[in-house]
Design a protein around this ligand. Structure first.
Ligand code: AMP
Length: 157
């Protein structure tokens, strides 16, 4: 976990390395487990944005993406894709699906154990993205190029 995030989380009083998800993995807390293999576990979110909201988490402790082995990250997405396919085929009859992952306090992360949200979407389901004003006045291409340059200097695969 990044140091700033740890500080912010502690200030918000919600950083506990033993997260609720650890307790779900050990069976200390109940959960509606949908799928589990040696790398990941998928279970129902306790406060669903819409009915059918699922979380996929790594079985090993990783507070942030930077601590997560990429093979486990790939497995999380693979299982998330299968969950999305199952939701589509189910009687939930959703019109769309969102996959969402909050990495860091500023990104909205509240439980410090990596998790991918998968939730069904419906027209007028009340879920909204709040976009900043800058979104509606896109920058010059030179700003995009500068950002690409900055990121590419650190990109490894
Ligand atoms: P995030 O804001 O991305 O960190 O999301 C954390 C998610 O964990 C929220 O959607 C919560 O509803 C969910 N959550 C917290 N505690 C539990 C629990 N005991 N069982 C299932 N989901 C939980």
């Amino acid at each position: 976990m990044h140091e700033d995030d740890k500080k912010n989380a502690v200030q918000r009083g919600n950083f506990d390395p033993n997260t609720v998800f650890d307790k779900i993995l050990t069976g200390e807390l109940p959960a509606e487990i949908l799928f589990q293999n040696e790398l990941v576990t998928a279970f129902m979110d306790i406060q669903p944005i819409t009915t059918g909201h699922v979380l996929v988490i790594p079985n090993e402790r990783a507070a942030s993406l930077s601590e997560l082995p990429t093979t486990t990250g790939a497995e999380i997405f693979k299982v998330g894709q299968s969950v999305a396919a199952a939701i589509r085929k189910s009687n939930l009859q959703c019109e769309g699906i969102n996959l969402f992952l909050a990495d860091g306090v500023a990104a909205g992360q509240t439980v410090f154990h990596v998790h991918l949200h998968i939730f069904p979407r419906y027209k007028n389901d009340g879920f909204k993205w709040s976009l900043p004003d800058r979104y509606y006045s896109p920058p010059e291409r030179s700003e995009l190029a500068a950002a690409r340059e900055e990121i590419s200097g650190h990109f490894n695969l």
